[in-house]
Design a protein around this ligand. Structure first.
Ligand SMILES: NC(=O)c1ccc[n+]([C@@H]2O[C@H](COP(=O)([O-])OP(=O)(O)OC[C@H]3O[C@@H](n4cnc5c(N)ncnc54)[C@H](OP(=O)(O)O)[C@@H]3O)[C@@H](O)[C@H]2O)c1
Length: 308
C-alpha cells in the first residue's frame, strides 16, 4: 500500500482546522498540529487538543510568527494545510518562505476555503477579503510551491441556519426575504465534509497545482429553491419579500462594515452568481464530488431537517 503523507495542520483549534485534523486522522495520515502556546492553557481549546492527541495527532508548539518553530515542524511532514482566519491570511507569508527554504513539502493548501478569489466579481466591495487570498495564491505560484487551492464555497454553518436571512439565527416560519430574482444558485458544504474532500486531495496527483471546487449535487440551490425546500418541510407557504439588487446595494453602502458583511456575501453568491457562474472543467479546476464520489456528504435538505 502507498505510504500516506504526513500532514501538518495549522489552526486546529479553529472552526475548520479542527475538522481537518479529524479528517486527516480518519484517513490514516500521520497528523501534526502546530499550536500556539496560549491554546494549551485555554480551557476549551486544551480539551480539544487533548482529544486530538489521544486520537494520535502529534502536537507541536509554535506559531506563524516564529520562523524556527515553522522550520522545525515542516521538516517532519510532507503536506501543510493552513486554516487560519480570513483576517490573518497574509500571516502565511513567513510560512511560504519557510516552505520554500526547507524544500521538502510536496503539497501546500493555504487558508482559502471559500469562494475562488480569482473568480469573485465584487472587487472593491469586500474590504480586501478576497484580494488577500489572491495575493497568497500568487506568492505560492511564484515560489513554485506545489499546491492545491480549495474553493469550497459557503460553510453550512454560515447563512444556511437562517435560510440566508441576515440577522436571524433560525429559518423563518412566516415571511422570508429573497434577494434579487432568487434564481441564482449558491453552494453550501458542511465543514466536516470540506475537511474530508480536502484531505483526499493531498496524495492525489490529479489535484496537484489545481483549484479543487466543491459543488456537491444536493448542495447547490437558488434562494427560491431553498425557500421551496424549507416550505415543504414545514408544510407552510411563507410570505415572500423581494429585495432588488439595487436595494441590496443601497443597504450594503448604508451599513458600516462589518455589519454589511453578510449582505456582501449574499450579493456575491446569490446575485452575481460568484459560486456557480463558471464551468469548473473549462476553468482548469477539478470537481471534488466527481473525483471522490465515495465521500458521503451532508446535503442541504438533510441539514435543514435538523433545524425543524
Ligand atoms: N466559506 C465560508 O463560509 C467560510 C466561513 C468561515 C471561514 N472560512 C474560511 O476558512 C478558513 C479558516 O477560518 P476559521 O473560521 O476556521 O478560522 P478560526 O476559527 O478563526 O481559527 C483560526 C485558527 O488559526 C490559529 N492561529 C491564529 N493565528 C495563528 C498563528 N499566528 N500561528 C498559528 N496558528 C494561528 C488559531 O489558533 P489559536 O487557538 O492560537 O487562536 C485557530 O486555530 C479561513 O480562510 C476563512 O476565510 C470560510
Amino acid at each position: 500500500m502507498e505510504k500516506k503523507s504526513r500532514v501538518l495542520i495549522i489552526g486546529t483549534t479553529g472552526r475548520l482546522g479542527h475538522h481537518l485534523a479529524e479528517a486527516s486522522l480518519r484517513f490514516s495520515h500521520p497528523t501534526f498540529a502546530l499550536v500556539r502556546d496560549s491554546s494549551f492553557s485555554h480551557p476549551l481549546k486544551s480539551q480539544n487538543l487533548q482529544s486530538l492527541s489521544n486520537a494520535g495527532a502529534t502536537l507541536l508548539r509554535g506559531s506563524l510568527q516564529e520562523e524556527a518553530s515553522l522550520i522545525e515542524a515542516l521538516k517532519q511532514v510532507d503536506v501543510v494545510i493552513c486554516a487560519i482566519s480570513s483576517t490573518q491570511v497574509l500571516d502565511q507569508k513567513l510560512l511560504i518562505r519557510a516552505i520554500k527554504q526547507v524544500g521538502c513539502i510536496k503539497r501546500f493548501i493555504p487558508s482559502e476555503f471559500g469562494l475562488d478569489p480569482d473568480k469573485v466579481q465584487i472587487s472593491g466591495m469586500d474590504y480586501n477579503f478576497y484580494s488577500r487570498k489572491a495575493e497568497i495564491r500568487r506568492l505560492v505560484e511564484e515560489q513554485g510551491i506545489p499546491y492545491t487551492f480549495v474553493s469550497c464555497n459557503f460553510f453550512m454553518s454560515y447563512l444556511l441556519p437562517s435560510l440566508v436571512q441576515p440577522g436571524l439565527t433560525s429559518p423563518p416560519r412566516d415571511k422570508v426575504t429573497i434577494f434579487g430574482h432568487g434564481n441564482t444558485k449558491g453552494v453550501f458544504v458542511q465543514e466536516k465534509d470540506i475537511a474530508s474532500f480536502t484531505i483526499r486531495t493531498v496524495d492525489d496527483p490529479r489535484t496537484l497545482n489545481k483549484v479543487l471546487y466543491l459543488r456537491p449535487p444536493g448542495n447547490v440551490y437558488s434562494m427560491n429553491e431553498l425557500v421551496g425546500i424549507w416550505e415543504a418541510k414545514i408544510a407552510k407557504m411563507l410570505q415572500k419579500i423581494y429585495v432588488s439588487e439595487e436595494e441590496l446595494l443601497n443597504r450594503i453602502t448604508e451599513t458600516p462594515y462589518p455589519g454589511n458583511r453578510d449582505m456582501i456575501f449574499i450579493y456575491s453568491a446569490f446575485i452575481k452568481g460568484d459560486q456557480t457562474y463558471f464551468d469548473i472543467g473549462a476553468s482548469g479546476g477539478v470537481d471534488g464530488t466527481k473525483l471522490y464520489p465515495d465521500v458521503n456528504y451532508t446535503t442541504i435538505s438533510e441539514y435543514l431537517d435538523a433545524l425543524l
